[in-house]
Design a protein around this ligand. Structure first.
Ligand code: ZN
Length: 310
């Protein structure tokens, strides 16, 4: 079975949607603990205006602080060229720019039209390309609201494929698909993936960011893996609640995702028992937050351990 990379997004996606601002030390302790449990890709923060998101004001320090973890892919999110400059300066390994396929959502979220966002992506790309080869990060555009938008409703699938192609034609290495609103279903996911793969090639889309807002997270993740996706985003305890659906988790719960994949024989390199301990430690840092996930509540079955740890 092929190895699946779990990209932990809790320190970014999770923390940017909660009230509490964790200290740099606490964030690094979280990142180091997940690393020790075997996680090898972590989105550690976003380079946005600290006025908008004070929780992310120390992203540069977090990126630098995580550099000593050998083999860890340090991913960050940047909404614009300024963020991209900071990400490059800090030495991030993977830079992702979100492009909302719903223009209404894009205007509301980053105050930019699609044309303006494409310009921004072009400028980021220039900066990335100017880097020396050994320091060049992976540059990716995350196609958000790809499965539907709370403001616009349906996002036409043909448009998703068309925008993926336009973005890739700019010279971006990869696009990712994001079910920002948790509206996606496995059949739709299959149509979008195969549509983009047929048009642009399978190597240009290898990761998805799925949400569990309507309970479809693991069903979608499973379909994605069966079809050939090799990187899945998720967050510890499903942190990063969904602002428009209180009580529902936004992100897929990392612990449950690891349980599913390893039970099926997909290696993730993660020690789930250790990860459940990290969950407890991080939960203590964020006592106000709701923690999701069934595996932590039910515990690991007796036979789950050495045999499934791959
Ligand atoms: Zn998310």
């Amino acid at each position: 079975m092929k190895h699946i990379t779990i990209s932990e997004v809790g320190p970014r996606d999770g923390l940017q949607s909660v009230e509490t601002t964790l200290s740099t030390e606490a964030k690094l302790a979280w990142i180091e603990a997940e690393y020790a449990a075997g996680v090898r890709e972590i989105e550690v923060g976003s380079f946005v205006s600290p006025k908008l998101l004070p929780q992310m004001a120390d992203t540069e320090a977090v990126v630098r602080g995580a550099q000593h973890l050998e083999g860890l892919i340090i991913a960050v999110l940047v909404p614009n060229v300024r963020g991209c400059e900071s990400a490059l300066r800090a030495g991030a390994h993977k830079i992702s720019v979100p492009l909302s396929l719903s223009e209404t959502h894009s205007l509301k979220n980053v105050r930019r039209t699609h044309a303006q966002m494409l310009d921004e992506i072009r400028s980021c790309l220039k900066l990335v390309e100017a880097m020396p080869e050994s320091e060049k990060p992976v540059f990716e555009v995350g196609l958000s609201t790809a499965f539907g938008c709370t403001l616009e409703g349906v996002v036409p699938e043909s448009f998703v494929v068309e925008m993926a192609e336009r973005v890739l034609d700019l010279g971006v290495a990869e696009v990712g698909l994001s079910d920002t609103t948790g509206m996606g279903n496995p059949a739709q996911l299959e149509r979008l993936l195969t549509g983009i793969w047929q048009r642009c090639g399978e190597s240009r889309l290898t990761g998805v960011h799925l949400h569990n807002t309507r309970g479809q997270g693991l069903a979608n993740a499973l379909r994605a893996v069966e079809l050939g996706i090799t990187t899945l985003d998720s967050s510890l305890g499903g942190l990063g609640g969904c602002p428009f659906a209180p009580g529902a988790s936004g992100n897929i719960v990392t612990e449950d995702l690891v349980f599913m994949l390893q039970s099926m024989g997909y290696p993730t390199g993660i020690d789930l028992e250790a990860l459940l301990v990290v969950r407890q430690q991080v939960a203590e840092l964020l006592p106000e937050e709701e923690w999701f996930g069934f595996t932590a509540a039910a515990g690991l079955p007796k036979h789950f351990g050495a045999a499934t740890l791959q």
